[in-house]
Design a protein around this ligand. Structure first.
Ligand code: PEP
Ligand code: MN
Length: 339
């Protein structure tokens, strides 16, 4: 429920409201709106009516409104303004379009530094690269793990670009958080609720990828797991869902952008690399993503895609990526955004 605080409420009255919420086993979440301060009270549904009645009669409370959607903190009911997430100095969800680019997997110092410098030159603002890789086969390259995180840190020092990298396991969350500016949850882990809860307590932004079989409602409920633990910095990423179509690796659901914009205040970025699976389809879908109103892109770039350890067929060479950047600029301008 949303507790709208009266404009003339005293600090003591606000504290009494918060204490009452906690006493009745709910969690208060403070949200400073443009005009009003509100407190979100979330918890298990039973006992809700009682709490609403009690709060409604307390001094300093203007009104108590139930939240109808199941995603209490991710939804627009509790927060109508768009959320902005600070990713190591790059604000995602504001006027600037975030472009996260880099290799699928971190393979070597040389591969990463070449890629990082080229994407920076082309205008990307965040470096991506997997150190812990979720692979379909246990015999495929699993990532350089901590060594990969060290190389990402070096590349950050070299270019000044903040880094986003995947965390697969709650046990590795602290380790990844020591190196990364943004922690990525991959499509396969979107409903790994223990991981999501762990990340709700990490003081770093989380990039949450939609699963290949995840509905928009389920996707938002996964974001809710992170938010309800106290981490407000969640970015959603559409990366294609599974359909009967085989011409593309996945079906990039761009209609999720306007749907999510209606439902949630969280930023949404698009990954046309995993979304299509073919490098030549990445640029057209990147243009379409911007036109649909996405807040950013995630794009795989590799200096030698044919020899990439993972996702070579969907990776752009640096020159092709520079071309993509040039060709999305007019769309960014048209949408009244900046790069
Ligand atoms: C990736 O970003 O390299 C990745 C594994 O993505 P996804 O989880 O979307 O498949
Ligand atoms: Mn990949």
């Amino acid at each position: 429920m949303i507790i709208v605080i009266a404009p003339d409420a005293t600090e003591e009255q606000k504290k009494a409201v918060r204490d009452k919420i906690i006493e009745l086993k709910y969690t208060p979440h403070e949200i400073q709106g443009v005009e009003r301060q509100v407190i979100g009270a979330v918890g298990e549904d039973h006992g809700k009516e009682h709490l609403m009645e009690v709060l409604d009669s307390m001094p300093g409370v203007e009104s108590v409104i139930p939240i109808l959607k199941p995603y209490k903190l991710a939804g627009r009911e509790i927060k109508s303004a768009n959320s902005e997430v600070n990713c190591g100095g790059v604000i995602v969800g504001g006027p600037q379009i975030a472009v996260m680019a880099g290799p699928c997997s971190v393979e070597s110092r040389e591969q990463l530094s070449t890629t990082a410098q080229s994407i920076k030159k082309a205008g990307a603002n965040i470096l991506r690269g997997g150190a812990f890789k979720p692979r379909t086969s246990p015999y495929s390259f699993q990532g350089l793990e901590e060594e990969g995180l060290k190389l990402l840190k070096e590349a950050k020092e070299l270019t000044g670009l903040p880094i986003v990298t995947e965390v697969m396991n709650p046990r590795e969350a602290d380790l990844v958080a020591r190196y990364a500016d943004v922690l990525q949850v991959g499509a396969r882990n979107v409903q790994n609720f223990s991981l999501l809860k762990e990340l709700g307590n990490i003081p770093k932004p989380i990039l949450l990828k939609r699963g290949m079989m995840t509905t928009i409602k389920e996707f938002l409920m996964s974001a809710e797991y992170i938010l309800s633990e106290g981490n407000k910095d969640v970015i959603l990423c559409e990366r294609g869902i599974r359909t009967f179509e085989t011409a593309t690796r996945n079906t990039l659901d761009l209609s999720c952008v306007p749907v999510l914009k209606k439902e949630t205040h969280l930023p949404i970025i698009i990954d046309p690399s995993h979304g299509t699976g073919h490098w030549d389809l990445v640029e057209p879908m990147a243009r379409a993503s911007i036109a649909a109103g996405a807040d950013g892109l995630m794009i795989e770039v590799h200096p030698d895609p044919i020899n990439a350890y993972s996702d070579g067929p969907q990776s752009l060479k640096p020159s092709k990526f520079a071309h993509l950047m040039d060709n999305i600029r007019p769309f960014i301008k048209l949408m009244d955004r900046t790069l």
